[in-house]
Design a protein around this ligand. Sequence first.
Ligand SMILES: Nc1ncnc2c1ncn2[C@@H]1O[C@H](COP(=O)(O)OS(=O)(=O)O)[C@@H](OP(=O)(O)O)[C@H]1O
Length: 338
Amino acid sequence: MQALMPNGTKLITILRHPISRFESAFLFEDFPAFLGISGSLNPLKNLMEDIDKFNPEISTMYTMRNSVSFDLGLGPEDFENADAVSNLIRSVRKNFDLVLVVEYFDESLMLVKQQICWSLEDVIYVKHNSRLQAWKKHHIPDKFKTHFLEWNKADVLLYDHFNEAFWNIVKYQDKNFWSKVTLLKKMSRKIAEDCLQPGEHKHDNWKKTVDKLILNQKMDPRMETLCRDLVQDNEFYLQFFRDLQCKFKSAALKRFKRIVGVQKILFKGNCKLMPFLTSTFDECNVPYDWENEQVEPFEPYWNPNSNKSVEGLELSSWTYPTQWKLNGTPYWGYFATY
Ligand SMILES: Nc1ncnc2c1ncn2[C@@H]1O[C@H](COP(=O)(O)OS(=O)(=O)O)[C@@H](OP(=O)(O)O)[C@H]1O
């Protein structure tokens, strides 16, 4: 992230209680099919009751053990290592501006809004990827919960730490915080009513356990853009931001070319490229000085024009004019990016 994003970028992550996170991911990632129990009426119960039977597959189910800690950088070899888990917590505290909690989604969004100076309208949401109600009834049976939490000790420690830290931040919010949370809940409910077709909808062949968002055909046309933006899924936004990144990258490259071009005028002579730069640049130049000027003409885009003599070219910003010809005095320019 630090390599990709500019300085000052706010880094935010979100945690969920390990049990409900697993209950959700288990279906979303279609682990019942992976375990060969998709026909089961309660695959979660099935898995827990027959956990030894599934052991070989479980070792490849990344989502089963400490998957949040893993995503945040904890290797499986450190799952039982209390010091490594403490270090992970410290590094998340240091590297993230905010750690949110799914169970307090609206409160979390209010903190985001505050942290990046957004308006309430900016954090209105509709709920995505929600399990169909029928599947929400399935839980890890109580008698397996202790064992499951023991297994996910790193995630439990992470969650408990940041849940407490979250409430310490909320504690210091101004007196309007809770009324704004209520307003956000109300506005988000209203926007869902206006934008979406009521009721649950099954996907045809994708995530059969997850509610499909369908736009309300009778919505107010003035709301259409907002509603369409709200129902787009994470893949759409991932692509959207990738495209943006590409645009920035190509703009940055254009700027870079131009700067390299300017350097061609500023520097001259023979020099050897360091090996690790050879894939990026095909040439380089030694530092420019009063005696060592580059006098060859250039055409637009800094293309050298070796066929024409300086004299034969019209005076323009692409040709080298002598001080004499310009009737000026030498002047050291400053180099800057823009
Ligand atoms: N606003 C809001 N408040 C509370 N919970 C919310 C919200 N939006 C999404 N969700 C729940 O997040 C679960 C889906 O997470 P993701 O979108 O990250 O998808 S997934 O993890 O890849 O499945 C999924 O959880 P479950 O329904 O328990 O499976 C969603 O219901």
